[in-house]
Design a protein around this ligand. Structure first.
Ligand SMILES: [Fe+2]
Length: 195
């Protein structure tokens, strides 16, 4: 499957929040079902990217709620779910130098994340005229995005990083992509039971 190099829709945003180390999360695309069937059959609309950004921002400002949970793994990025609600979930992820996600989507979920500690780099396709966008995400940076967003996040810095993520609805699957001439090509999909 090929993905057109379409511009990011609905404004993905990056916010630098000074050098305090406090963080939050960012915004972008709208697609997919306006509502989904929550457990029990109740349809709840997903939270907006901005609402998810507020969740991770507030959490980043309360390190006592997550800092003691953080671990580092030389094998792969380390991650743990901090919260699971009907309509969203929250994860903490640690990144050692060199660790990265590769290009991936979020299975139709909206999302937001913030760099709570350290710094990362995000690659995203910004359209045929703009090509690949590379953003440095220092501590305090926020990103938020809609359901069609694809990106590759990597730690190209010298030290570890910690990020806080919120997704709505909770992630059900993620697909991975390779960047080839002409665009991104889907190479695999994993379900929630695989992480
Ligand atoms: Fe992601």
């Amino acid at each position: 499957m090929s993905i057109d190099l379409a511009p990011e829709r609905s404004g993905s945003t990056t916010v630098e929040r000074g050098s305090s180390g406090s963080a939050g999360a960012g915004t972008a695309v709208e697609r997919g079902p306006a509502a989904y069937a929550a457990p029990g059959g109740t349809a709840r609309p997903p939270l907006s990217p901005n609402a998810l950004r507020r969740i991770v921002r507030d959490l980043a400002e309360r390190p006592e709620r997550w800092l003691h949970r953080v671990r580092l793994s030389a094998e792969n990025r380390w991650y743990e779910r901090l919260e699971l609600a009907e309509d969203y979930e929250v994860w903490v992820i640690s990144w050692l130098p060199g660790q990265s996600t590769g290009f991936h989507d979020h299975g139709g979920s909206r999302g937001a994340f913030t760099v709570a500690l350290g710094e990362l780099e995000e690659l995203a396709l910004a359209g045929p005229e703009h090509g690949l966008t590379v953003r440095r995400l220092s501590a305090g940076s926020e990103r938020a995005f809609g359901p069609q967003y694809l990106h590759d996040v990597r730690n190209t810095a010298q030290g570890p990083a910690v990020t806080l993520h919120a997704y709505s609805p909770p992630l059900s699957e993620m697909s991975h992509y390779e960047l080839r001439v002409g665009g991104l090509v889907k190479t695999s999909t994993e379900g929630a039971e695989q992480w």
